[in-house]
Design a protein around this ligand. Structure first.
Ligand code: AMP
Ligand code: MG
Length: 338
């Protein structure tokens, strides 16, 4: 009788232990497959995140905090005391900035040199003049454009350790790289957490972290839909297009990507350029650079950065670089692939 009781207690204990182990294992499994999605505004654009893994909640909060910090402390032209604001306010002088900001400016200057100035962060005075996207745009006088065009020259930017100096007449605008910089910074943040995989979209730039994902390429004729998809494997993707920010005046459309040679919106047969590579900053700068340079001149530059691209032309044809031909799928019958 006593023996039977002991046996029953033993069995009950084994069942309890097994239940605890199963509970812990399934909790672990649920946590590791936990996906947190969020949408919020930062850096003047809509951010969407989808983060999976045990630390998804904490990582999601850290991502939001990091983006706001990046804008306010480093990249914004408008937020008082940000690094870029101080560089512009103190033009002509050495301005001490964060190590990261100095490195980003340096990386941007390299792409300015490699694109022969097609991409140039010293377009700041001109972008202020045009103010495209503000809702209060007017076409500036030719003489004004001509005068400010003289301030555009990336070669006049000097970096030493963690200080940046621009010419006294200049202003910098990191608008063409900010969203890509955000992708790079977020990759570092995600790596500090137990995150299995993530997709973070920062306006026209997307970070695909530790996974494969299909990313849609916006149809310039209907920015609510996609004309194609590209399969991205653990890389970044950035698009520059004339449909993203523009205004109309006197029957003409003025978009936001300026030709540093003329001071006016680039005249081109392109509607958009999408670039895919490892670095978010490179993708973002290259998409702007390629939009200015045009299809043929862009190919060597892309190769130098081990980057792939999708070019969408104004005659609804699409060109895709060789390295992503198998990953690209046209989804709109309004376009043809060359
Ligand atoms: P994105 O959408 O990345 O091509 O960046 C375009 C933004 O970068 C514009 O709204 C301007 O703020 C700025 N920008 C315009 N033209 C240029 C240029 N040629 N080089 C660098 N930045 C530019
Ligand atoms: Mg860009």
């Amino acid at each position: 009788m006593v023996k039977a009781k002991k046996k029953a207690i033993c069995v009950a204990a084994i069942i309890l232990c097994a239940a605890i182990v199963i509970g812990l294992v399934s909790y672990d499994f649920i946590k590791s497959s936990n996906t947190v999605e969020s949408t919020f505004l930062a850096m003047g654009t809509v951010i969407t995140t989808s983060i999976s893994g045990k630390d998804a909640d904490a990582a999601s909060e850290a991502v939001e905090e990091a983006l706001l910090g990046l804008e306010n402390a480093c990249l914004s032209r408008r937020v008082e005391d940000s690094d870029v604001w101080r560089i512009n306010q103190n033009s002509g002088n050495d301005v001490s900035v964060s190590r990261e900001t100095a490195a980003w400016v340096g990386q941007a200057l390299d792409i300015s040199a490699d694109s022969d100035g097609a991409f140039d962060i010293t377009v700041g005075k001109l972008t202020q003049l045009w103010n495209i996207g503000s809702g209060e745009e007017t076409v500036p006088k030719k003489a004004e454009v001509k005068k400010l065009l003289e301030t555009v020259d990336y070669k006049k930017v000097a970096i030493s350790n963690t200080s940046v100096k621009i010419d006294s007449e200049q202003a910098i605008d990191l608008g063409a790289v900010g969203k890509g910089i955000a992708c790079d910074a977020l990759r570092d943040i995600l790596a500090q957490f137990d995150v299995k995989e993530a997709v973070v979209s920062v306006g026209g730039s997307v970070l695909i972290y530790n996974q494969k994902a299909s990313v849609g390429i916006v149809d310039p004729n209907n920015s609510q839909s996609h004309l194609a998809t590209v399969e991205i494997d653990n890389q970044c993707i950035s698009t520059s297009g004339d449909y993203e920010r523009f205004f109309e005046a006197n029957g003409k459309t003025y978009h936001h990507i300026l030709d540093p040679e003329t001071g006016y919106p680039v005249v081109t047969d392109l509607r958009s350029v999408t670039v895919i590579c490892d670095s978010g900053l490179d993708c973002d700068a290259l998409s702007t650079a390629c939009f200015v340079m045009g299809y043929r001149a862009s190919l060597d530059l892309l190769q130098k950065y081990d980057a792939e691209a999708v070019f969408v032309f104004d005659n609804n044809s699409v060109s895709v670089t060789d390295g992503i031909k198998d990953d690209f799928k046209l989804t709109s019958s309004n376009y043809t692939v060359e």
